[in-house]
Design a protein around this ligand. Structure first.
Ligand code: ADP
Ligand code: ASP
Ligand code: MG
Length: 440
């Protein structure tokens, strides 16, 4: 059995949904098909929640009505059989009635998660109605019955496996098993989610739980590119990556993959393929245990980074100083990305500003604290790049004219990271494309 995950743009238009169905006809083994919400829907649902939370029900209603009109047009274009169109119409009505009811009741964190879940619930039900029109045998496996996170918001593959296997045993005759990405239940049994972009994570968790032959991530581009295609014009797909390389790229900003989606596949040795729904014959990227070659593979950028510097005379020769610094970040559940130290100062970066004020206040007890927001981490990733000849010379030679705030080299053998001001990001990515990949 394989897992095939289709992202927002792959399901977001009726003709694309039809393309997915045609891809499914070519499958020789049973597939669990994980679907995201239509592109734009989750952003809309986030806005609805934010507006309700701040008491602006009028704006929330407007977004709900626009989304509803979009879904109504979508099913009109997708379905030709009248009974199935009516069925889809009542599905759409049911979910939008729910959103209208929410406007009238008091808002809570749990309710906001219910709002966010509507996108994947709708896309999967609409897709199944289309499969019904094609008269293809299939089943919808509700993710809320098997996908869960514990009190630390971590999914447990063992419990996912137990629940999913029980469901699969009820549908042994089915070759197409559709389910929702992104949504899950939390330790309290409430509806929750795996964070933005989390459908990739769902796919990888399912693949790990059932020991799938492959986890295919179908999106709108032919695999992981060597640089961010949203910023740099000439980028090329990378044919093969190791799990370590892919994890670094996903974590440091390559949006094509959710950062958490690598570990389940890596732990359970499931190959991952990144493929293009719009160009299904393109090779894409294969991600496996070992790297096929050494050297630089790709560059990624992670935005909204905050740099914190703690300067302290007392740090001089004092053991235990870093422990005190780390304990403060641990207390506020804020992870550190980069760190560099000198005899009198520690510089580090975080990407989560939720507790910034409290963190800074506590750090001030240890020394003088400087905070710089609007920073970007640029990561150059490749198997054993830190051992690659002339790598540092090439890297800094490509960006000679741009100031670098911090450098992390040697923390991982597969990554060299630079911290730069966000305003220099685009220029750096372009110059690295030329200097490190020879692409104009
Ligand atoms: P989906 O909706 O299918 O999950 P995403 O929008 O999350 O798709 O991810 C695909 C997008 O990731 C691409 O359209 C591309 O713009 C962006 N992206 C950013 N960096 C990279 C990269 N290094 N390689 C490929 N795509 C990238
Ligand atoms: N629909 C969710 C999002 O937009 C999950 C996903 O697409 O992966 O974040
Ligand atoms: Mg995505």
């Amino acid at each position: 059995m394989k897992v095939m995950k289709f992202g927002g743009t792959s399901v977001g238009k009726p003709e694309r949904m039809k393309q997915i169905a045609s891809l499914l006809t070519k499958q020789t083994e049973p597939a669990i098909v994980v679907l995201s919400a239509f592109s734009g829907t989750t952003n809309g649902l986030v806005e609805i929640g934010d507006n309700i939370a701040k008491g602006d029900r009028h704006s929330a209603l407007q977004i709900i009505n626009n989304l509803q009109a979009h879904y109504e047009n979508f099913i009109k274009e997708l379905l030709t059989r009248e009974d199935l169109y009516n069925k889809a119409k009542s599905i759409v009505d049911e979910h939008f009635d729910f959103l209208h009811i929410i406007l009238k009741i008091s808002f809570s964190e749990a309710l906001s998660k219910d709002i966010l879940a509507q996108g994947e619930l709708l896309s999967t039900k609409i897709f199944c109605t289309y499969l019904e029109e094609l008269e293809w045998s299939h089943v919808l496996l509700p993710a809320l019955e098997f996908m869960s996170i514990d009190e630390n918001e971590e999914p447990q593959i063992g419990s996912i496996r137990t629940k999913l296997t029980a469901l699969l045993n009820q549908h042994k005759d089915k070759k197409i098993l559709v389910t929702q990405g992104y949504i899950c239940r939390n330790a309290k049994g409430e509806v929750d989610n795996l964070k933005r972009g989390g459908s990739d994570f769902t796919a990888s968790l399912i693949a790990a739980a059932i020991g799938a032959s492959v986890c295919e991530i179908w999106t709108d581009i032919d695999g992981m590119h060597n640089n961010d295609p949203r910023i740099v014009k000439k980028t090329v797909p990378v044919e093969q990556l190791s799990f370590d390389e892919a994890a670094e790229l996903a974590y440091f900003g390559a949006k094509i993959l959710h950062p958490a989606s690598i570990w389940p596949a890596q732990q359970y040795k499931i190959p991952v393929r990144l493929l293009n729904t719009m160009d299904p014959d393109a090779k894409g990227t294969l991600i496996t245990q070992e790297a096929a070659s050494a050297g630089v593979k790709a560059v990624a950028a992670k935005d909204n980074i905050i740099a914190i510097k703690i300067k302290s005379g007392r740090m001089l020769l004092a053991y235990g100083f870093l422990r005190k610094v780390f304990e403060i970040f641990e207390k506020y559940k804020t992870s550190i990305d980069m760190i560099t130290t000198s005899e009198v100062a520690v510089s580090l970066t975080i990407d989560n500003a939720t507790h910034l004020n409290q963190i800074v206040k506590e750090l001030e007890a240890l020394g003088r604290v400087e905070v710089d927001e609007n920073q970007t981490i640029i990561s150059v990733v490749g198997y054993r790049i830190s051992e690659t000849e002339d790598i540092v010379k090439k890297l800094f030679g490509s960006i000679r004219n741009i100031p670098v705030r911090m450098v992390s080299y040697g923390g991982s053998r597969h990554n060299i990271s630079l911290l730069v001001a966000a305003e220099n990001k685009n220029q750096i990515l372009q110059q690295l494309n030329k200097g490190m990949f020879g692409l104009g």
